[in-house]
Design a protein around this ligand. Structure first.
Ligand code: PLP
Length: 367
C-alpha cells in the first residue's frame, strides 16, 4: 500500500538524529521551556524569515495566542474559510471573537477575496488566511486588501512551512503568523507542537507570557493566559527534523510536478498551478472529481491510499451551527468538500511510487 505519510521510510540519519536529540533531553533533566526550546525558536525564526518565534503546544494555541496578542476578542469578527481544519475556527472562538465564513475560489480552494469583501462589517478586525494544502498564493494582495480596510491579516501557516509569496515568506505578511508542528505537517514533531512568528518584540514577549499562564515574572500574572508551553523533547525533535525540511519540500514539489504532468483523466481536475513554485509547498496534492468516492475505492483497490481534506466544511459542523457567513452562501465550499480527494504526496515516495499513483488514477474507467 502506498500510504499518505512516509514515516517508516525516513532516512536512517534522520532517525538517528531524533534519537540523539531525545537522549540529550533525557540527560539534561530540563523538560519545559529550556535551552532546546530557545534553540528551536531561534532556528525556526531564521528558517521562516522572521525575527522572533515563540514555541507553543499546538497550532490551535498558536492561532488563539496570535489573535490575543493582536487584542482581538469579544465583540470582534474574524473572517476565515469553511475549507480548513476545525482548529482555525475554534481558535477564533477561544479568543472570544466571532468567526465569519467567506466562500472559496474553486480554482484554488482558498478564500475568495470577493466573498471576504461581502463579509466585512464595522466589527471586522481580521482576515485569517489559511494557506490550504501548502498554497501561499498572492499573499501580497491580501496584505494590501487588509491594509485598505484597516484590519489585521493573520496567516494560518499550519500547512505552508517555507512557502514564499511575492518574494516574502508566508507568515510575515501580517504582524504575526501561526504554525502547527503536528506530526503529519511538513515540519512535524513526535507529538503536538506549534509556534507563532513575528518581527515585533512586544508581540513575541506577550505571546511568551500568554503561553505560560500570562506570567511576566515568576508568580506575577499580568493576564489570564494558558498552559501552552512547548516542551524540551518536542523542541529537540523539531531541531533534528528542521535541517531536512528544505530538501523534503523540494521532493514534494518534484512529486507534484510529476502529477501535474502525467495525471490525465477526463473526469479529474486539478487546482490551478501556482504562479511560482515557491508559492506552494504541497502539504497535500488534491484533485477534484464528481466521482470522488468511486475514485477513492478504485485507488484503494490499486494499493494507493487517499484522504479527503476536508469532507465537512465548517458551516456543516454540528458544533458551529448558525455560524455567520457570506450572505450569498458557501456553495463553492460545499462543492469542493463533495469532490476533493488528496493523493499521496509525502517526501518519502519513490519515483516508482509516484508512477504507480499516476497509473492508478489514470486507470479509473471513463464514465
Ligand atoms: C493542523 C492545522 C491546524 C491545527 O494545528 P494543531 O497543531 O493540530 O492544533 C490549524 N490550521 C490548519 C490549516 C491545520 O492544517
Amino acid at each position: 500500500m502506498i500510504q499518505m505519510t512516509g514515516f517508516a521510510q525516513e532516512p536512517d540519519a534522520l532517525r538517528v538524529g531524533m534519537i540523539d536529540a531525545a537522549a540529550r533531553v533525557v540527560g539534561s533533566h530540563h523538560y519545559i521551556l529550556g535551552p532546546e526550546v530557545a534553540a528551536f525558536e531561534a532556528a525556526w525564526a531564521n528558517a521562516s524569515g522572521t525575527k522572533h518565534s515563540v514555541g507553543v503546544a499546538s497550532g490551535l494555541d498558536a492561532l488563539e495566542i496570535a489573535l490575543r496578542v493582536l487584542d482581538i476578542g469579544p465583540g470582534d469578527e474574524v473572517i476565515t474559510t469553511p475549507m480548513t481544519a476545525f482548529a482555525s475556527v475554534l481558535a477564533i472562538i477561544r479568543a472570544g471573537a466571532t468567526p465569519v465564513l467567506a466562500d472559496i475560489d474553486p480554482d484554488t480552494a482558498l478564500l475568495s477575496i470577493d466573498s471576504v469583501a461581502r463579509c466585512l462589517s464595522s466589527r471586522t478586525r481580521a482576515v485569517m488566511l489559511v494557506h490550504l494544502y501548502g498554497q501561499a498564493r498572492d499573499v501580497g494582495r491580501w496584505a494590501a486588501f487588509c491594509d485598505d480596510h484597516g484590519i489585521e491579516l493573520l496567516e494560518d501557516c499550519a500547512q505552508s512551512h517555507l512557502a514564499v509569496s511575492d518574494g516574502r515568506p508566508a507568515g510575515t505578511f501580517g504582524r504575526v503568523g501561526a504554525y502547527s508542528f503536528y506530526p503529519t505537517k511538513n515540519l512535524g514533531a513526535l507529538g503536538d507542537a506549534g509556534a507563532l512568528v513575528t518581527d515585533e518584540p512586544a508581540l513575541a514577549a506577550r505571546a511568551a507570557s500568554l503561553r505560560n499562564y500570562g506570567q511576566r515574572e515568576r508568580y506575577e500574572h499580568v493576564e489570564a493566559g494558558l498552559n501552552s508551553r512547548l516542551d524540551e523533547m518536542q523542541a529537540a525533535i523539531l531541531s533534528a527534523r528542521l535541517p531536512w525540511l528544505a530538501a523534503f519540500t523540494e521532493r514534494r514539489r518534484a512529486i507534484a510536478a510529476a502529477y501535474r504532468d502525467r495525471l490525465s483523466h477526463p473526469d479529474i481536475r486539478l487546482l490551478a498551478a501556482p504562479r511560482m513554485p515557491s508559492e506552494h509547498v504541497h502539504h497535500q496534492f488534491v484533485l477534484t472529481t464528481t466521482r470522488r468516492d468511486e475514485l477513492a475505492a478504485h485507488l484503494q483497490g490499486q494499493g494507493v491510499a487517499s484522504l479527503v481534506h476536508y469532507p465537512v466544511p465548517m458551516h456543516r459542523q454540528p458544533a458551529l451551527a448558525g455560524i455567520a457567513h457570506d450572505p450569498e452562501g458557501l456553495s463553492m465550499s460545499d462543492r469542493h468538500a463533495a469532490e476533493v480527494l488528496s493523493i499521496p504526496c509525502h517526501p518519502q515516495l519513490s519515483d516508482d511510487d509516484v508512477s504507480a499513483v499516476i497509473a492508478a488514477v489514470n486507470s479509473l474507467t471513463t464514465s
